[in-house]
Structure formats: C-alpha cells, structure tokens
Design a protein around this ligand. Sequence first.
Ligand SMILES: [Zn+2]
Length: 99
Amino acid sequence: MVWDAYKLMTTPECKYCGQKEHIRKHGKGSTGAQRYQCVACDKTFQQKYIYIAYQPEAMEEIITRYQTGESTQEISEHMKANMSTVKRCLGQADLLEKA
Ligand SMILES: [Zn+2]
C-alpha cells in the first residue's frame, strides 16, 4: 500500500518548538494514538490529526471530496485534518499541481 509507505516516511513536527528533524516515536498514548518525543526540547506530544488522516479510508475521502470540487480549505475543515496533511495526501495521489 502506497499510503502505508507514505505514513512511515512522514515525521510530525514538534508542536512546542516547531522543528521536525529530530522527532522520535515515544510509545502510544492512552487513546492508542502514536506519541512522539522531540529530541530538541525533550517534550512529548501526539499528532492525532495526522495519524487519523493517513488511514486509507480518510485518504479516500480526501481524494473523493477533492474530485467532487471541494477546495483543500473545505476538505481540511470537514475532515478536521490540517491543510498540510490534505495537500500532502493529494500530492501523493498526483492530484495537486506542484508549486
Ligand atoms: Zn521541540
């Protein structure tokens, strides 16, 4: 599955200091969401939206919505996924023009 491969390559950014070069996995949170630890500031956090959005069903919904004419902004709001997630998903599917 191309989506699974993409999920593994994608590293979240630290919500405290913003860097994403030195993030490592830090077990699972109480809800089962992946937790990450920022090596730079030593804080742990969850990237719940990104994790949800990379599930294949969510990917399909993003693509379907885009193909039926919704903007990336609208998809982002409806799916409660952040804009970069939506754009990355569409980019991976070769649906979004590259900047
Ligand atoms: Zn940090």
